[in-house]
Design a protein around this ligand. Structure first.
Ligand code: ADQ
Length: 496
């Protein structure tokens, strides 16, 4: 095991805010933070990242950061960025090129050359911050698409650095990657890592296929869970490690007196109505519009659902400065208004919409209360909401309606009702099927999913990743089978 673990991510796991004359610290939101914070608290180490706003060295914020986090068992190393760097690196190359491209949304990419140069400069800055603190034996674990080049810059300083990478978002297939003007540089930068972890076998296969086709000299040895890639003097290991959640913490909160009380109050309020829950960051990859359209279609084609279900869609503000996100918000709000205008009756409003972050306890109470959790991502690395919902279903009674294109579909394919987010009627029918599902079937499906998620939790994920990075993957590591829909052979062969 390493002496210390360095986690390097775009954002530090906190939000710093100026209030009155001083600073306040809050935990950050988003999947990456929810996933990794408990692990560093357990193991001890350093978290290197951007504090999220323009700051100067020597301010009071430094003391607040240091003191606020000391008791959590790990140190924070802030990387300061100028406004111009945030624009080019974060809003530009990361979120207007890599994010849409890796989610198969080529039309949303803005391939502006200056973004690329700022991306490189900022990646070098992160590498410098790591190099300034690193001691021999430390393991550096770089997170996600914003920081692909960190290992390359680290190796220029010290070839012997031990450094791994985990991609939280999907890796695109060859035909999509080819569109990227900097495809060669991105592949080369990835080859500077010792271990590259992906969320699913499909992402890992996409990466290996890109390499095989674009770099024919590469040699590959399939070692089961991890494939060894050799190119010249470098050996890189590649594998799929589906990220988990802190299952027990969610389960415990879901059973707490506080949450029980809250669930009781909410149940009395909604009476016999079944709650369909959506919880997402505001993002075009999450299928928010498609989900609302599917719900509208379900009310239209299955009138039995009217006055029996309510869709509660909670949206967490995200990337608020970006025009595309503002117009997505307006689109969602218009759709909510239309559906409610069309179907509301005295005493029943079909869609409830909240645009804000929720305290953990309230979110857990809603996960527990919901009869159906509806995840309709167009494409999603994993989707932690689906897993959190299952962890909070301590009575085994809820149903997960899950997009085939969320990474979570690989692990949860036997328990969830899988849907294609482009198929509005198919999703509407899945909501109806979920509504009609027998108690026995609901319990059986949920119990199966909970068993998998309890075992393959966040600590399992980190353990396997680090074991793979520093030695070999244990024999009992099982990569989930990729999800592919089974098409009906009779229908395919039917010529009539
Ligand atoms: P995200 O795109 O942020 O993560 P997701 O995995 O769904 O997506 O995580 C969202 C997180 O935000 C969850 O932990 C959820 O509890 C929290 N959250 C959502 N709505 C909230 C609200 N209203 N209030 C408070 N918290 C809220 C990226 C990738 C994913 C991948 C994760 C982890 O895009 O595909 O699963 O990283 O690898």
């Amino acid at each position: 095991m390493p002496q210390r673990l360095f986690v390097v991510s775009n954002r530090l796991p906190i939000v710093l805010e100026k209030r009155g004359g001083g600073w306040t610290l809050k935990p950050g939101s988003g999947g990456l933070v929810s996933a990794i914070a408990p692990v560093l608290s357990h193991r001890g180490g350093l978290w290197v990242g951007w504090p999220g706003l323009p700051l100067e060295r020597g301010g009071d914020w430094e003391r607040v950061l240091e003191e606020g986090y000391r008791e959590r068992g790990y140190d924070l190393v802030p990387v300061l960025l100028t406004e111009q760097e945030v624009k080019g690196f974060y809003e530009g190359f990361s979120n207007a090129i890599l994010w849409p491209l890796f989610h198969d949304m080529l039309g949303r990419c803005h391939f502006e050359p200056p973004f690329w140069y700022t991306y490189l400069d900022v990646n070098e800055k992160f590498a410098e911050a790591v190099a300034g603190q690193r001691r021999e034996g430390d393991f550096v674990w770089v997170q996600d698409y914003q920081l692909i080049h960190v290992a390359e810059f680290l190796r220029r300083r010290d070839e012997s650095v031990r450094v791994g990478f985990f991609l939280h978002i999907p890796f695109p297939p060859l035909d999509i990657l080819l569109k990227l003007p900097w495809r060669g540089q991105i592949l080369k930068a990835l080859l500077a890592y010792d271990l590259i972890g992906f969320q699913t076998p499909r992402d890992s296969r996409n990466f290996l296929t890109c390499l095989q086709n674009l770099v024919p000299e590469v040699e590959m040895e399939d070692g089961g869970a991890v494939t060894e890639v050799r190119l010249g003097a470098r050996t890189v290991r590649v594998g799929a490690f589906p990220i988990g959640i802190d299952f027990r913490a969610y389960e415990e909160t879901a059973r707490s007196d506080d949450v029980n009380r809250r669930v009781g109050e909410l149940r009395r309020k909604i009476g016999p109505i079944h709650l369909i829950l959506g919880v997402d960051r505001l993002d075009y990859t999450k299928g928010l519009v498609e989900r609302l359209e599917a719900f509208r279609n379900a009310l239209k084609r299955h009138p039995g659902l009217r006055e029996r279900v309510v869709l509660l869609q909670i949206v967490v503000p995200s990337r608020e400065g970006v025009a595309e996100y503002q117009s997505l918000k307006a689109h969602i709000e218009r759709l909510v208004g239309e559906i409610n205008g069309e179907y509301s009756t005295a005493g029943w409003v079909p869609v409830q919409y909240q645009y804000r972050s929720q305290p953990r306890r309230d979110l857990v109470a809603l996960y527990r209360l919901a009869r159906i959790c509806f995840v309709a991502s167009i494409k999603d690395g994993m989707n932690l909401v689906a897993k959190e919902f299952c962890a909070c279903q301590v009575d085994d009674s809820g149903i997960l309606v899950l997009s085939e294109f969320a990474g979570a579909a690989a692990q949860l394919q036997r328990g969830a009702l899988l849907v294609n987010p482009h198929d509005i009627e198919g999703m509407a029918d899945a909501l109806k099927a979920a509504f009609d599902m027998s108690d026995d079937e609901r319990r059986r499906r949920m119990a199966g999913m909970r068993e998998i998620l309890r075992e393959q939790d966040i600590f399992w994920w980190v353990d396997y990743y680090l074991q793979a990075a520093l030695g070999t993957v244990p024999d009992d590591f099982r990569v989930p089978k990729e999800y592919l829909p089974a098409l009906d052979l009779d229908e395919l062969l039917d010529t009539g």
